[in-house]
Design a binder for this molecule. Sequence first.
Ligand code: 13P
Length: 253
Amino acid sequence: MRKPIIAGNWKMYKTLSEAIEFVEAVKSSVPATDKVDSVICAPALFLPSLVGKAEGTDLAIGAQTMHYENEGAFTGEVSPTQLEDIKVQYVILGHSERRQYDNETDEGVNKKAHAAFTHNLTPIICVGETLEEREASNTVVKVSSQVGAALKGLTPEQVAKTVIAYEPIWAIGTGKTATAQDANEVCAAIRKTVAEVAGEVAAEMIRIQYGGSVKPENVVELLSMEHIDGALVGGASLKPDSFLKLLEAGANA
Ligand code: 13P
């Protein structure tokens, strides 16, 4: 039985005071970590404050991206060493928005996944197809190739600890969700790819989230599917009420 993982991806929303207010509002109501892993992935600027506010609670804090080098002349970047130093626990890698606007590549995502494990960070690796790819029946080919590339060279133990987020690009921020059955089918195909690259044990253990217009109204059905172990949530993670409802669904899944 895989423990559900619900992660909010705040993207480029909120000011520091709004972010702190949010964590103060939810922290005592976050379900226990033996039921669900609850994560907020915040803008880099807020991470030290939020880690401090969430310390000793069941809420974990994650970053939305990072560089793969420990240090160097990379203006504007944040390193895995820096995230580890301030006790960030998760990092989103390869989000489709970064693949689209910031030239994030499969190769880069793979380097970052290795760096994450070197620095005690759990990677949440995003994969997903465009509407064109879905309409051409290329969904499974696309996500399987992204998964294979991202996990290259990781040990089966590391793969088992990785989180993959299946986020169909056409479902992000559009209000259109994949049906639970469609999402489950793609997540099953992802698990099959993981078995091919890292073995059956890792494939049984790896957690696969669905992302794309997840909200309290549709999360229960999504989480009831065999291969969907959690959700990566944008818009509906921005309000305390709605985020807590998602966590509750995770704790009861
Ligand atoms: P929405 O939940 O706003 O569709 O965003 C999904 C997403 O991109 C999470 O990473």
